[in-house]
Design a protein around this ligand. Structure first.
Ligand SMILES: Nc1ncnc2c1ncn2[C@@H]1O[C@H](COP(=O)(O)OP(=O)(O)OP(=O)(O)O)[C@@H](O)[C@H]1O
Ligand SMILES: [Mg+2]
Length: 343
C-alpha cells in the first residue's frame, strides 16, 4: 500500500513552499494522483512527490526562473465582481467607493468598469480616461496606459463595449486583451469589477471566473427575487468560491438585517449555498449630492452614514480574504471559460 502524505510532509520531501504546492495542485490537478480525504485532512498518495517535482522542473523551465521568483511572480490581486439581479441597486457606487476605502487602508485598489451598456464609473469618479476596455481589443496597450488614476490614487479601467465584443473578436485579440488584464491583476491587490445587472452570457462567464462575488441587494422584493435567480444560476454552474452580500439603501439596520437573513436563509435552505452577509449601507441623500459633483461619496463626505457603512464593509472584506485566491488568475480562468464558449 502506498504511503499517505500530508501537505507538510510534501513540503519537506519536495523542498517546495506550501504556497507553491497549492498553486501547482490547482493549476495541474489532472496530472496529479487523486487526493484522499480522511476526517478533515487531505492526503496525497506517495507518487505525488515525484509528480510535484516534475511539474516544478517543467514550470521553472517555462518561467525561466527559480522557485522563489516563480512563486512570487504568481501572486494575483483579489478580483471581486460586484453584481445584482436587478439594475439600479447601487453596484457602481459600491464598487468605486469600496476601492477608495481599500486604497485609504493602504491596499492598491482598482475598479474595472465591466458594465457594457452603461459604463459610468468614470463619471462617478470625475475622471476623463484616455482609453477604455474596448480599446484593448484594437490597440496594443500596456496595463499602465489602460489604467487612469482616480480619487485617492485608485486605478480605474473605464468601461466600453470591450467585454461584450469578446464574442465577435478573434481568439488572438481576446488572448491579447486578457493577457493585459492578467498583468494588471498581478500589480493590484484588489480589483473591484462593476458588472451589468442580471445574467447575460458575458456577465455570467465573468462571474464564474471571479475570485469572489459580492451581491448588492436592496430591500425591494424584486431585487431579492432577481438576485436569488442569479445565485441559483451560478450554483447550477458550480461556482464554489466566496460569495458576499451587501444590503444597500436600507432605511434601518433592522430592515437590512431582515433582508440579509431572508436571502441567506433561502440560499442555504434551497441551494445549500453559504452567502456571507458582509454589511449594509443605509439610504443616504449624500449619494445623490456626491454624484452631482462627480465626486465619490466617500470623499465628498467621509462622515456621512453611507461612507462609514462602506468603510465597515471594506474592513470586513479585508478580514475575509483567503490567501489561496491570490495564487490563481481570475482573468486566466475567464480566458479558459470563454475559450470554451467561443472557440
Ligand atoms: N445608499 C444609497 N442611498 C441613496 N441613493 C443611493 C444609494 N446607493 C445608490 N443610490 C442611488 O441609486 C442609483 C443607482 O446607483 P448605481 O448607479 O450605483 O446603481 P447600479 O446598480 O450600478 O445601477 P445599474 O444597474 O444601472 O448599473 C443612483 O441614482 C444612486 O445615486
Ligand atoms: Mg452601474
Amino acid at each position: 500500500m502506498t504511503e499517505l502524505l500530508t501537505i507538510e510532509t510534501l513540503v519537506s520531501r519536495t523542498g517546495l513552499e506550501e504556497s507553491l504546492i497549492r498553486y501547482y495542485e490547482s493549476e495541474y490537478a489532472q496530472s496529479l494522483p487523486n487526493k484522499i480525504l480522511r476526517g478533515d485532512t487531505m492526503f496525497f498518495a506517495e507518487p505525488a512527490v515525484d509528480v510535484f517535482l516534475k511539474i516544478h522542473a517543467r514550470h521553472g523551465e517555462l518561467a525561466g526562473m527559480g522557485s522563489e521568483a516563480a512563486s512570487s511572480s504568481k501572486r494575483y490581486g483579489r478580483v471581486i465582481a460586484v453584481t445584482s439581479g436587478k439594475g439600479g441597486v447601487g453596484k457602481s457606487n459600491v464598487s468605486l467607493n469600496l476601492a477608495i476605502a481599500f486604497q485609504q487602508m493602504g491596499k492598491m485598489a482598482l475598479v474595472l468598469d465591466a458594465d457594457l451598456g452603461m459604463a459610468n464609473i468614470h463619471l462617478l469618479a470625475g475622471i476623463q480616461p484616455a482609453y477604455s476596455l474596448k480599446d484593448l481589443l484594437r490597440l496594443d496597450l500596456e496595463p499602465s496606459e489602460l489604467i487612469t488614476q482616480g480619487p485617492e490614487g485608485i486605478g480605474i479601467v473605464a468601461g466600453g463595449s470591450g467585454v461584450i465584443a469578446l464574442a465577435d473578436s478573434s481568439s488572438g485579440q481576446r488572448r491579447q486583451m486578457l493577457d493585459t488584464l492578467e498583468k494588471m491583476e498581478r500589480h493590484a491587490e484588489i480589483i473591484m469589477v462593476d458588472t451589468a445587472a442580471g445574467m447575460g452570457a458575458g456577465v455570467r462567464d465573468f462571474l464564474m471566473a471571479a475570485d469572489e462575488i459580492l451581491f448588492v441587494l436592496t430591500p425591494d422584493i424584486t431585487s431579492l427575487a432577481d438576485a436569488y435567480g442569479l445565485l441559483k444560476a451560478l450554483h447550477a454552474k458550480e461556482f464554489n468560491r466566496p460569495l458576499y452580500l451587501v444590503v444597500n439603501m436600507a432605511t434601518s439596520l433592522k430592515q437590512a438585517a431582515d433582508v440579509a437573513v431572508r436571502f441567506s436563509n433561502c440560499a442555504r435552505q434551497f441551494l445549500g449555498v453559504t452567502i456571507n452577509n458582509i454589511g449594509y449601507i443605509l439610504r443616504d441623500a449624500t449619494v445623490g449630492a456626491a454624484t452631482v459633483r462627480r465626486t465619490p461619496y466617500l470623499i465628498f463626505d467621509p462622515q456621512a452614514k453611507v461612507s462609514k457603512n462602506t468603510v465597515t464593509i471594506a474592513n470586513a472584506l479585508l478580514r475575509s480574504g483567503d490567501e489561496t485566491i491570490r495564487l490563481n488568475s481570475a482573468f486566466k480562468r475567464y480566458q479558459n471559460l470563454i475559450q470554451e464558449s467561443y472557440p
